[in-house]
Design a protein around this ligand. Structure first.
Ligand SMILES: [Zn+2]
Length: 458
């Protein structure tokens, strides 16, 4: 039996197992006994392990944090990293989000595309590979993650509890052909503290919704003597994309930007930057005015960190992206939250100390930071080359690897890249209402995964 024939034989049991999995609402919930991510996530893991056992594979449940099944012999292991947890269904469904309904050649439900469909596809690809009898030198392990959507603590647990690392592997939780570069991501918050005694004071400032979103609007409330009001309002309103509204004891400044994802801030117009350009026209007290000047001069509407001295750039992944995402404050302090992403051939030390120094020199306090290192596997390495060839052979499509500004599950363990399940040009329906995946696309994935596992493990 050829590998292709073996894959086709798995179609019905694959779709049945996938529908069963979709019917479990595996959204993270508070921990319960034996269920660190909630009872339904545990149930979904139990289901995947039972299906794996039924297929004849060795299974392990690692303290209900995550689990895996394995097949084959050899010192080295090839891994597929998938996840069984899903985001909440949200509003706007016309189908049952947890029905696993099949209609018009599509399977509907939360997780059909992200990531139960691709994870089950990998499991059945391994079953087909086993049934084909093709000789292999390495073991294959399907890792069932259960906390991808809310922090990847499952894989932190795996790594810190002696989980074996693969020599090569992929996560079907991104897109084709292959994502071989993912920028490093730094989230950092800085605080500005000040006192105000002058006639013109900032009493409230706010803008943005999250660090990784370009703020569409930002506003500031100013108090000032009545006789100064008209003149100050004219000055502020003279700035780009600013409107001023009179209030009882002063006026409000509203900045209208354009929102965009934090991974591509150059597509937006940062409302907080616009607001800073308006605030510098006002006779505010020091040191507040200094903070405002710094943000206007060194961030402003820039999206690549030029004026902060961190405008890194490289050939595989392009420019560093910088997004001042939120501001929140009152008459004595404000907090800003920043999300920036450095190119794949650089490190944290190439940018973070420089950014910190600029803010600290301007008088800001650093209050919190998280960092996710970048991921980069050169195009000519064995893993990337193998996956590109499999993709090209199976689809006949051009196979050029790509770098992204976002982060995928591949960052959770070493030697893994994102590969599938979404084809170039196909609609991304993850996290949206009426999430579905075409049965034909799912089966294409099973064929591609089976061939990839064969070439990586042979
Ligand atoms: Zn996912």
């Amino acid at each position: 039996m050829t590998l292709k024939e073996a894959v086709e034989l798995q179609k019905e049991p694959f779709l049945q197992s996938l529908a069963e999995s979709i019917r479990i609402r595996s959204v993270q919930e508070p921990p319960a006994d034996g269920a660190p991510y909630g009872p339904n996530v545990r149930k979904c893991l139990d289901h995947a392990l039972a299906v794996s056992k039924g297929l004849g594979f060795r299974t392990t449940d690692l303290d209900h944090q995550m689990g895996w099944c394995e097949f084959g012999e050899g010192d080295e292991m090839i891994a597929v990293l998938g996840h069984l947890d899903v985001v909440p269904e949200g509003e706007g469904w016309t189908f049952d989000p947890f029905g696993g309904e099949i209609r018009d050649g599509k399977i509907f439900g939360r997780g059909s595309m992200d990531d139960k469909g691709p994870t089950m596809a990998a499991l059945y690809a391994m079953a087909a590979l086993r049934d084909s009898g093709l000789p292999l030198k390495r073991r294959i392990r399907i890792l069932f993650g259960t906390n991808e959507e809310t922090g990847s603590n499952d894989m932190k647990y795996y790594k810190s509890h002696g989980g074996e690392l693969p020599v090569m592997g992929f996560t079907p939780d991104g897109e084709y052909p292959v994502i071989n570069g993912e920028k490093g991501i730094i989230n950092v918050n800085y605080e500005a503290d000040y006192t105000q005694t002058g006639d013109v004071r900032l009493t409230k400032i706010s803008g943005g919704s999250a660090p990784n979103v370009v703020p569409a609007s930002a506003r500031a409330e100013i108090t000032c003597p009545d006789d100064m009001k008209p003149q100050l309002m004219v000055r502020a309103a003279g700035c780009d994309r600013i409107t001023c509204t009179e209030t009882a004891d002063g006026f409000e400044i509203l900045a209208n930007g354009v929102s965009a994802h934090g991974a591509s801030p150059e597509l937006g117009i940062n409302a907080i930057g616009l607001l800073m350009d308006a605030l510098v026209t006002l006779p505010l007290d020091e040191p507040l005015l200094g903070f405002v000047h710094f943000l206007s001069d060194h961030v402003g509407l820039e999206s690549d960190g030029t004026s902060l001295g961190i405008a890194l750039s490289d050939e595989p992944s392009g420019k560093l992206t910088f997004n001042l995402g939120t501001i929140q404050g009152d008459e004595t302090s404000f907090l800003i939250r920043i999300n920036y992403r450095y190119p794949v051939t650089f490190t944290y030390d190439d940018c973070a100390p420089i950014c910190d120094a600029a803010f600290l020199n301007a008088g800001f306090l650093k209050v919190n930071e998280t960092h996710k290192a970048c991921l980069y596997l050169p195009e000519d390495c064995e893993l990337v080359q193998t996956l590109l060839h499999v993709y090209a052979d199976e689809t006949g499509l051009p196979a050029i690897p790509k770098s992204i500004g976002g982060g995928t599950y591949a960052k959770a363990i070493p030697n893994v890249v994102a590969f599938g399940p979404i084809f170039p040009g196909d609609e991304v329906r993850e996290h949206k209402p009426d999430e579905f995946m075409e049965i034909d696309r799912l089966m294409e994935n099973v064929h591609i995964f089976a061939e990839a596992l064969y070439r990586l493990a042979r």
